[in-house]
Design a binder for this molecule. Structure first.
Ligand SMILES: Cc1cc2nc3c(=O)[nH]c(=O)nc-3n(C[C@H](O)[C@H](O)[C@H](O)COP(=O)(O)O)c2cc1C
Length: 324
């Protein structure tokens, strides 16, 4: 399949693996890229420019296909060394970057000059238009269904994607709730040039996370995610567990007085314990409603091949048959 996104990134299939904290290591990115999609290393998980440079080198040992790096811009007290991370990406010869969080305007000139294509992930049409106006090459439009940070507008993809299509001139991919060939065809129908998946890629053989995480996603239904940190205007969609229910109880008790310190135990530094050690009640971890559509743990190649075959079948047979 050829779309503006396959052309932009030089990939075979219009499928991107979104950056994921403690999941997006070289093994994940290389597996997706080797399967013809665009794999993405999560820059902030590595943390320092030196470690990111090593991870990029490791990924290059595992694939000769294009892959990208995610740079998430968070409002934090101890800001990561963003200029150093940008340099590691450019020096490493990476040609695709997924930015997310705050406006990436400060880093864009460096990437433009180095010929790095930038896709900015955003949760509203106004942020997508902003990304377009500052010179991003594409956007990833993340609907309310998504795992991670859906923003504060709560607009699901059935509205958000056609709205984006009506307003944007640069290409965009759908993100949030995407799992299979149906997701891809629906996204294309609504004006997207491909799709981005997070949660679906965690439940794959190559995802470098504890088996408990994959099993939890397969076992979960679409009813098993919760929104946390809404009172802090830092909403995150996570898989429910004991720690999350405790966190929500604290949010209910504190109401508008809630401070980050009140829930620090449930959210800070929990990713290694969950993703690496498999301690599934250690705290809140991002997970999309799409868990309800995930019932197996294929390889990335099996997953992507299946998505593309299903998409082709829907377009040519199911829909083609309706017109015949
Ligand atoms: C465990 C996990 C960690 C994530 N970490 C990040 C991150 O560090 N930076 C980022 O931009 N997005 C992050 N995301 C969001 C994904 O890149 C993607 O946008 C989202 O998962 C799409 O929704 P889906 O899970 O329904 O496919 C994360 C998602 C998950 C599930």
């Amino acid at each position: 399949m050829k779309t503006a996104i396959t052309e932009l990134f030089g990939i075979e299939h219009p499928i991107i693996q979104g950056g994921m904290h403690y999941v997006g290591f070289a093994e994940m990115a290389a597996a997706v890229s080797n399967a013809g999609g665009l794999g993405i290393i999560t820059g902030l998980t590595l943390g320092t420019p030196e470690k990111l440079a090593d991870e990029i080198a490791r990924c290059k040992d595992m694939t000769d296909k294009p892959f990208g790096v995610n740079l998430t811009f968070l409002p934090t007290v101890n800001a990561p060394d963003y200029p150093g991370l940008v340099k590691a990406i450019i020096d490493g010869g990476v040609k695709a970057v997924e930015t997310a969080g705050n406006n990436p305007a400060q880093v864009l000139p460096f990437f433009k000059e180095a010929g790095v294509k930038v896709i900015h992930k955003c949760t509203s049409v106004r942020h997508a238009l902003k990304a377009q106006s500052i010179g991003c090459d594409a956007v990833s439009v993340d609907g309310f269904e998504c795992g991670g940070h859906p923003g504060e507008d709560d607009v699901p993809n059935f509205i958000l994607l056609p709205r984006a299509a009506d307003e944007l001139e640069i290409p965009f991919v759908s993100s949030g709730g995407m799992a299979d060939g149906r997701s891809l065809v629906a996204s294309l129908a609504m004006g997207a040039e491909g799709m981005n998946m997070g949660t679906r890629f965690i439940a794959t053989k190559e995802a470098p996370v504890h088996e408990n995480v994959k099993a939890a996603i397969v076992a979960a239904s679409e009813l098993d995610t919760r929104l946390v940190m809404r009172p802090l205007r830092n909403t995150e969609r996570v898989m429910t567990n004991d720690a999350v229910e405790e966190l929500l109880e604290i949010e209910r008790e504190k109401g508008a007085d809630l401070k980050f310190e009140d829930i620090i135990e449930q959210v800070a530094g929990v990713y290694p314990r969950i993703m690496t050690e498999g301690d599934m009640d250690a705290g809140a971890w991002s997970c999309g409603m799409v868990a309800g559509l995930i019932n197996d743990i294929p390889t990335c190649k099996e997953l992507i091949d299946r998505i593309m075959a299903e998409a082709e079948e829907i377009i040519t047979k199911r829909m083609g048959g309706m017109l015949a």
